[in-house]
Design a protein around this ligand. Structure first.
Ligand code: NIG
Ligand code: FE
Length: 421
């Protein structure tokens, strides 16, 4: 048979043929093919197996000798806010001097400072600024990324952000999954009447976003998310947004328990959320609900690292309780200015006590499930998109062991080499 590409003489890591996300003890399971190979036909993985077999079966247009190095699926970044304008450098200094994230937001800074800068930017400016961030993520092995709106907080700017996401998806090798997040903060115009803003979201913004998505050429799921937190949206407001979104046909996600437990995890899991994200303050009861559900729990240890905190979401406890845990950087200008998923893995291993294999699965197959794409990406299995990384190591544990660098030697996206260091 003919193949467009065969990568051989590799330690092929990360098959996940069994379907769902890896829960509990299964998260530590990695399939490794010693002297392995991957063949690619038409942008999809055709076969994975021993090098000798694959090389005999396939006549490759392009054959790459991996030199015994690790070959795995592209990383899936399941929670980002990479479309924004400007920076939050002054806030960085304020936080070093002791200021608190939610206090800064209350005083009109934080997310609201990025909202002012984003409202003033054009779609083209947003695309140009965000493209640089996607370039960094791609260089660090991300081949699919979820991207949220949430720095507009008015109908036109939220839709402008969506358009920027669609334009970036079309222009960039990284595939994007859009998430509409008008309930990220209460905009200043509605400070005295947040319920009226929730009305606007439900009545106008969600239907308009859906229309915009349908008119786009984006072939991906679309989600609605909400920041359920003290000083942002309370439980009932969050529920209204997510229930309305669900009724309209959006997938749903929720920022819950980042600082305060408002019952958001229970509510979102009950609504069948695809993911609940952060989980620092989740209760034992909610952990049991999460474990019994089809919802993925996303942890973002880069946020805690960025806050200089010693406390992290108890991902070990989540895994031991049988939850499906995924890992993300939460790349954004305020709580986590970090493009590196390998760095998030490194932090998760040290502070959340994930094993390297668990961190690997959490950043690939489980992250794919956290964006509703578990059947298409996140593992090296026949039929999935040929999003493949060649790592600069012969032992996958080194991906999380070394930190602050780049473990990726080459990236194949949809069967095409897009990045080689
Ligand atoms: O996931 N918590 C809300 N949203 C982001 C932060 C966004 C920002 O600070 O700009 C988060 O931490
Ligand atoms: Fe976030």
């Amino acid at each position: 048979m003919k193949a467009d590409l065969v990568i051989y003489n590799a330690r092929v890591v990360g098959g996940a043929a069994d379907g769902g996300p890896k829960k509990g003890a299964a998260l530590a399971g990695l399939t490794i093919v010693g002297d392995g190979a991957v063949s690619v036909v038409g942008g999809r993985i055709a076969a994975v197996g021993p090098s000798a077999e694959i090389l005999e079966q396939y006549a490759a247009e392009n054959a790459i000798d991996a030199g015994g190095r690790v070959v795995g699926p592209g990383f899936v970044e399941c929670h980002t806010h990479v479309v924004f304008a400007g920076d939050r450098l002054n806030e960085f200094e304020l936080k070093i001097r002791g200021a608190d994230y939610l206090e800064i937001l209350k005083a009109g800074g934080g997310i609201l400072s990025t909202v002012r800068q984003t409202r003033a930017a054009s779609v083209d400016e947003l695309v140009a600024e965000s493209r640089r961030r996607l370039d960094k993520m791609l260089a660090l092995g991300v081949t699919t990324a979820e991207v949220k709106t949430g720095y507009g907080l008015d109908t036109e700017t939220e839709l402008k952000m969506l358009r920027a996401i669609f334009a970036l998806d079309a222009a960039h090798a990284v595939d994007l999954v859009p998430t509409f997040l008008p309930a990220h903060a209460v905009p200043p115009e509605f400070r005295e009447n947040p319920d009226a803003y929730v009305d606007l979201i439900c009545r106008e913004m969600l239907p308009r976003a859906l229309e915009e998505f349908r008119n786009s050429r984006l072939n991906s799921p679309i989600f609605v998310d909400v920041f359920c937190e003290r000083g942002a949206f309370d439980l009932e407001q969050s529920r209204r947004v997510l229930e309305t979104a669900k009724a309209l046909g959006f997938g749903i996600k929720a920022h819950v328990d980042e600082f305060t437990n408002l019952g958001g995890a229970r509510m979102a899991i009950g609504l069948g959320a695809t993911s609940v994200d952060h989980l620092d303050a989740i209760s034992d009861e909610e952990i049991a609900l999460l474990a019994a559900s089809g919802t993925v729990g996303v942890v973002t240890p880069t946020v805690n690292f960025n806050f200089g905190s010693k406390e992290f979401a108890d991902a070990r406890r989540l895994i031991n309780a049988g939850c499906a845990v995924a890992l993300s950087t939460d790349y954004n200008p305020g709580s986590a200015p970090c493009p590196s998923l390998p760095n998030a893995m490194a932090i998760a291993c040290r502070y959340q006590k994930l094993l390297p294999a668990e961190a690997f699965n959490a950043a690939t197959i489980n992250a794919a499930h956290a964006v509703g794409l578990g059947a298409q990406i996140g593992s090296l299995d026949a039929g999935k998109r040929a999003d493949i990384l060649i790592f600069d190591t012969k032992d996958y544990r080194e991906i999380a062991y070394e930190f602050g660098g780049n473990p990726v030697a080459a990236t194949v996206k949809n069967g095409i080499m897009v990045n080689r260091s």
